[in-house]
Design a protein around this ligand. Sequence first.
Ligand code: TYM
Length: 322
Amino acid sequence: MKIVSGIQSSGKMHLGNYFGAIVPFLSFQDQGDSLLFIANLHSLTTIRDASKLKSLALDIALDYLALGLDPEKTTLFKQSDIPEVTELYWYLTSITPISLLNTKAYQDKINNKIPNDVGLFTYPVLMAADILLYDADIVPVGKDQVQHIDLVRDIAIKFNIAFDSNYKPGKISGIFKLPSAVTSDVYSIVPGTDGNKMSKSTGNVIDIFSEDKIIHKQIMGIKTDSLSISDPKNINAPLFQLMKLFFDIEQDQSIKEGGIGYGNYKQMLIDMFHAKFDEARLKRKHLINDLGYVERVLIDGRNRARENAKSVIERVRQAVGV
Ligand code: TYM
C-alpha cells in the first residue's frame, strides 16, 4: 500500500496540522510504503521571498522529524526536488476542465485576499500531480482537504478516459490509480482560537514549536463567553473542543456542572500541551544543531521519491506521446 501526504511550508506547524494530518499519517507509517513531502511549490501562491520560502521548508522538515517521522520508514522530501511533479502537473492541466477548479477552497482563499493568480486557481492540479505521481492508494489529510482529493480522483478519471482506451471505470484500472482520502474520526477539523477552522492564513492558531510565552498567549487568547465560574459551560465551545484533543472531556463533569473558570481550563490546556509536546520540542532543538543530518534526510528522500516516480512518469509520457 502506498501512502502519500504533504503539508504547505507557508507558516508554522499548528495543532490542526498535527491532529488533522500528522497523527493519521504516522499511524500508517508501518503499514506500507509511505511518502511525505513539503509542499514548497504550493507555498509560492502566498510567499514571494526566497529566503523565507527556503527556511520555511527546512522548518517543516524539522517539525516532522521532531514529531516522530522515521526517515527510514517514510520517504521525506521537498516537492520542488522532484521535477517530474511539475511535468505531470502540465499533462494534467491539459485535460482538467476549468469548471472543476472553481472550488469552495479557491473562493475562500480569494476572499482571504490571497492573490488571485493562475497558480492559486490550478493549485488542486499540482496536488493531483503530487499524489498520482507515486501511485498513491491512500492520502491521510484533514477534512478540509477531502474536496481536493475528490478532485484528484476526477482528474485521474478524466486522464484515464482521454489516454487509455482499455480503461473501464470501476472494472479495468487505467494509467492512474484512484487514491482515497483518509481522515481522522476524532480530529477531522481542529478549531482555531476563534472557533473557526484553525488555519495559518487566519492567525487563529496554536503553534507546536513556538516559544513558551507565545503558546501561553495563543491559548490564553482562546475566545470564550462571559459565563461566570459557577455557570455550567458549553462543551462545544472552542476551548473545550481544543481540550478534547488531549483527553476525553466527557469525563470531566465540571464542564457541564460549572464551578471552574475559563482561566483555569486554559491553564489545564497549557499543561496538557506541554506534557504532550515538550519531548518533541526538545528533540527539535537538538535537530537544529544538526542541520547536516536534516539535509541528508531530504536528499535521500529526493532520491527515493524520484525512483518511485520513474515508472509512473514513463507510463504517462508514453500515454500522451512525448
Ligand atoms: P495544509 O498545509 O493547509 O495543511 C496540511 C495538513 O493539515 C491539515 N489541516 C487540518 N486538519 C484538521 N483541522 C485543521 N484546522 C487543519 N488545518 C490543516 C490539512 O487538511 C492537511 O492535511 N494542499 C495541502 C498540502 C498538499 C497536499 C498535497 C496534501 C499539497 N499537495 C497532496 C496531501 C496530498 C495544504 O495546503 O495543506
